[in-house]
Design a binder for this molecule. Structure first.
Ligand code: 13P
Ligand code: SF4
Length: 334
């Protein structure tokens, strides 16, 4: 723990303001008060810890979060999610302050596609349309024609004329799944998410045998051998909707376990099993998403730090692919 001045100086090193929070402080009340005082909005992804989801003004998937960021009238956007999400919000709102409770909340999938390497890769396919999953860096977005999320990826791919070739980055699992579902032949970057690649098919099948009525639901960032046996494949919002609309009472959830909070809230009488990972750890949490805590959320709102900033050139180039994505999504009614 440090004094405020020292903590501010160390933000780029530590990623967050490392100052003590009075343990007797009612964090929920304090955060609510800061929201009003600063005209701030908290946007949270489904993978955030439950308490953060409960205090957010909006909880959703990557598309919903980008749409909210594009339409908000708040002066400050507090992003309870990871770095690429906050960067997207900043590109959509260059004049607004975008705060991220911990700047080190990154993404293994975004990290799996460094911009300089991708630039070289892209040079080999000059006639290809570049579609990038939104889980990528701002630098990658500057080299992208259209962005997509797992909710709108099919519509984005379908919007590209059939005679045009497609290069898809960075997630090879989502890319392979989309090749299968859209029938388009695509060049894929070899990236993946550490959370969705860790599930054990063997342990999941055992769990299915023990709970024969449970439906297996999986995010398309999972590997093909898992998606093949899933009863439903979709984005986080699609998985949540499926658990609400399907008559089944039990679900094995193959995505980050934070989403189970919303599933349980929406269907309190249903049972949700986190899909077991391929290691001895009982959890399947995203270590990046879980860097954000209520204390860090409070501190960043109190001191307006850490702030996500981008160079104007990156904003100008990078937002084009996001604008195209939002346009196509709106036309598709998403
Ligand atoms: P969605 O919520 O858009 O399905 O994305 C999942 C994810 O991995 C976010 O990091
Ligand atoms: Fe990135 Fe995977 Fe974490 Fe999502 S769950 S933020 S894709 S590392």
């Amino acid at each position: 723990m440090e004094g405020l001045k020292e903590a501010k100086n160390n933000i780029s090193k530590k990623g967050f303001l490392d100052v003590e929070v009075d343990p007797s402080l009612d964090l929920v009340a304090a955060i609510e008060a800061l929201k009003k005082e600063k005209n701030a909005i908290i946007l949270a992804h489904y993978y955030q810890e439950s308490e953060i989801q409960d205090i957010a003004d909006y909880v959703g998937d990557s598309l919903g979060l980008a749409q909210q960021a594009a339409s908000t009238e708040a002066d400050i956007i507090v992003f309870a999610g990871v770095h690429f999400m906050a960067e997207t919000a900043k590109m959509l709102n260059p004049s607004k302050k975008v705060l991220l409770p911990d700047l080190k909340a990154g993404c293994s999938l975004a990290d799996s596609c460094p911009a300089p390497l991708f630039r070289k890769f892209k040079e080999k396919y000059p006639d290809h349309v570049v579609i990038s999953y939104i889980n990528c860096t701002a630098a990658l977005k500057t080299m992208t024609d259209i962005c997509c999320t797992s909710t709108n990826a099919k519509q984005i791919i379908d919007s590209v004329p059939a005679d045009k070739k497609i290069l898809f980055a960075p997630d090879k699992n989502l890319g392979a799944y989309l090749q299968k579902t859209t029938g388009r032949d695509m060049v894929l970057w070899n990236g993946a998410c550490m959370v969705h690649e860790i599930f054990s098919k063997e342990k999941i099948v055992k769990l299915q045998i023990q709970n024969p009525k449970a439906k297996l639901i999986a995010h398309p960032e999972c590997e093909a051998h898992l998606l093949e046996i899933a009863d439903h494949v979709g984005s986080t919002s699609s998985l949540l909707r499926y658990t609400q609309e399907n008559d089944a009472q039990e679900f094995i959830v193959a995505t980050e376990s934070g989403i189970i909070h919303q599933m349980e809230k929406a269907s309190p009488n249903k049972k949700f099993f986190p899909a077991p990972p391929n290691n001895t750890c009982a959890c399947n949490e995203c270590p990046h998403m879980k860097l954000n805590t209520m204390e860090k959320l409070y501190l960043c709102m109190k001191h307006d730090l850490p702030e996500v900033t981008l160079e104007q050139e990156v904003i100008d180039k990078g937002r084009l692919c996001i604008d195209r994505m939002l346009e196509i999504s709106a036309k598709a009614g998403l």
